[in-house]
Ligand binder design. Structure first.
Ligand code: GDP
Ligand code: IMO
Ligand code: MG
Length: 424
C-alpha cells in the first residue's frame, strides 16, 4: 500500500490569513486534519450556510462528520476554553467525542499561566508584545524549562501535580509583585474542563498519525499564526512562542520530513498584523482604515484592530523559502475591489540601504513600493477564473512571477463557496 502524506497548510505572514476557511474547504480531500502548534491564541473563522464559527484549539476539519481531527503534541491547550469551544460545537449538533483526538504530550495552559502572561507583558511596559493573553508564552517557556504539565498528566494523580505547579507560579507572581488577581471562578471552570477532556480519546497522536499514514491515509496539517510570528524565523521578540513553519509540522505531529507532501502557503492580497512589532508596510492613512473596514480586520479572538498595509513581497519570499512552499493560496482578493491603485512592497530601505532579503531587525525599515493598476469589478460573485478582470489577472501574474510559486487557489469572499481553484 502506498504511504499517505501530510500536506501542510500554513499562514505565511502575520496570521489571520484565512487558514480556517481553506482547511474547511480542503477537508473533503483528507482523512485527518491535525493542528501541530499554538493553542487558543489562534482564531480560525469558518462560514457556511450563513453561519459563522470561530475555532481556537479544535481543528477546522471538524465540520466534516466523517473525519478524524487531532490536536497534536506541539499544541498547548486550555481545558476551560477547549470545553467552551467543544460544547458550542456539540450544541450546534456536531458529534466530537470519538473523532477529536488529543495528544497526551500536548502541554496544559493553567489559569496561572494566563496571569503570568499578563504579568510579563506589564513588566515589559512599552516593549510589550501585545499577546493574546492566553498564557501561550509562559506555557511554552515552561515546556522548554521541563517543568510543564502535559495532557497525559491528568490520567494519574493530577490534583497534586496541579497544586505544585500552581504554587510555583504563585511564588513567581509574588516575586514580580503581581498579586492583584483572582482566578477562583476561572480555576473552577478549568477543573471542570479537565474532567470534560477525559471524555475524549487522549492518545499518543504521533504513533496514531504514523499508523494512519502507513495505512495510506492522507493528513492535512492546519497551521496556526504565521511565519512572521514563528519563534525562530519571525520578527523576534514580537512573535508567538512556537514553530509555526513546516519544521513545526514535523516536531508538532511526530512525523519525519519525508512524510510531508504539498506545502500550501496562505496569504492575503494585502497585509495585516495584530499586536506590537515591526510592520514596514503599515498604513496610517485612510487607505489603511479602508482596508480595515472592508476587510473587517478586527481580531477573531481579542477583537483588537488589526494593523493594515499593502502586500509585502519581501516577507512572502522569505516565508516561501523557510517553509518550502509548493503552492500559494491568495485570500481576501475581493477586499481590493475598487482601489484605483494597488501597491506591492518590493524591498525595504533604511539609512540609504536597500534590501530584498528579510533583515535580522525589521525595526525602522521603510517599504519600497511598486504601483499596479486596480480593478472596479465585484470579485465576490465570480465563480471562475475567466470572469476575473484583466487587471486582477495581471496582479496574480505579477505575484506569481515575483514569488516564483504558483497561486493555485483564490478566495473572493468568506464563504466556503467563494473559493476558486485555478486550472493548472
Ligand atoms: P485564520 O486565523 O487564518 O483562520 O483567519 P481569521 O479567521 O482570523 O481571519 C480571516 C477573516 O477573513 C475571517 O473573518 C474570514 O471569514 C474572512 N475571510 C476569509 N477569506 C475571505 C475572503 O476571501 N474575502 C473576505 N472578504 N473575507 C474572507
Ligand atoms: P491565527 O492562527 C494573528 C500574535 C499576537 C501577538 C503575538 C504573540 O488566528 O492566525 P501570543 O498570545 O501567541 O503569545 O501572542 O502573536 N498572534 C496572532 N496574530 N493571528 C494569530 O493566530 C495569532 N496568534 C498570536 O497578537 O502579537
Ligand atoms: Mg485568526
Amino acid at each position: 500500500m502506498t504511504q499517505g502524506k501530510v500536506d501542510a497548510l500554513l499562514g505565511i505572514v502575520f496570521g489571520d490569513e484565512g487558514k480556517g476557511k481553506v482547511v474547511d474547504v480542503f477537508t473533503p480531500r483528507y482523512d485527518v486534519v491535525a493542528r501541530f502548534a499554538g493553542g487558543p491564541n489562534a482564531g480560525h473563522t469558518i462560514i457556511f450556510n450563513g453561519k459563522k464559527f470561530v475555532l481556537r484549539s479544535i481543528p477546522s476539519g471538524i465540520f466534516d462528520e466523517g473525519k478524524i481531527n487531532i490536536i497534536g503534541n506541539g499544541c498547548v491547550i486550555a481545558p476551560d476554553l477547549f470545553m467552551q469551544e467543544a460544547q458550542e460545537l456539540e450544541a450546534a449538533g456536531y458529534d466530537l467525542r470519538s473523532r477529536l483526538h488529543i495528544s497526551t504530550r500536548a502541554h496544559l495552559i493553567l489559569p496561572t499561566h494566563r496571569v503570568l502572561d499578563r504579568a510579563y507583558e506589564a513588566a515589559k511596559g512599552k516593549n510589550a508584545v501585545g499577546t493574546t493573553g492566553k498564557g501561550i508564552g509562559p506555557t511554552y517557556s515552561e515546556k522548554a524549562s521541563r517543568t510543564g504539565l502535559r495532557v497525559g498528566d491528568i490520567i494519574h494523580d493530577f490534583p497534586a501535580k496541579y497544586e505544585a505547579l500552581k504554587a510555583r507560579h504563585e511564588q513567581i507572581l509574588r516575586d514580580l509583585h503581581y498579586t492583584d488577581y483572582d482566578i477562583q471562578d476561572e480555576e473552577k471552570r478549568w477543573l471542570e474542563g479537565i474532567e470534560y477532556m477525559r471524555l475524549f480519546p487522549l492518545t499518543d497522536t504521533g504513533i496514531e498519525i504514523n499508523r494512519l499514514l502507513a495505512e495510506g491515509k492522507n493528513i492535512l496539517a492546519e497551521g496556526a499564526q504565521g511565519t512572521m510570528l514563528d519563534i525562530d524565523h519571525g520578527t523576534y521578540p514580537f512573535v508567538s512562542s512556537s514553530n509555526t513553519t513546516t519544521g513545526g509540522v514535523c516536531t508538532g505531529l511526530g512525523i519525519g520530513p519525508n512524510k510531508i507532501g504539498e506545502v500550501y502557503g496562505i496569504f492575503k492580497a494585502y497585509s495585516t498584523r495584530v499586536g506590537a512589532g515591526p510592520f514596514p508596510v503599515e498604513l496610517f492613512d485612510e487607505t489603511g482604515d479602508r482596508l480595515r473596514e472592508i476587510g473587517h480586520e478586527y481580531g477573531a479572538v481579542t477583537g483588537r484592530n488589526r494593523r493594515c498595509g499593502w502586500i509585502d513581497l519581501v516577507a512572502l519570499r522569505y516565508a516561501i523559502m523557510i517553509n518550502g512552499v509548493t503552492q500559494l493560496i491568495m485570500m481576501k482578493s475581493d477586499v481590493l475591489d475598487g482601489f484605483p491603485v494597488i501597491r506591492a512592497c518590493v524591498a525595504y530601505e533604511r539609512d540609504g540601504i536597500r534590501t530584498t532579503d528579510m533583515p535580522f531587525d525589521t525595526e525602522g525599515w521603510n517599504a519600497v513600493y511598486r504601483d499596479l493598476p486596480g480593478w472596479n469589478e465585484d470579485l465576490t460573485t465570480m465563480t471562475s477564473e475567466d470572469q476575473f478582470p484583466k487587471t486582477f489577472r495581471d496582479y496574480i501574474h505579477y505575484l506569481e512571477t515575483e514569488l516564483q510559486t504558483p497561486i493555485t487557489i483564490i478566495s473572493v469572499g468568506p464563504d466556503r463557496a467563494q473559493t476558486i481553484v485555478r486550472a493548472s
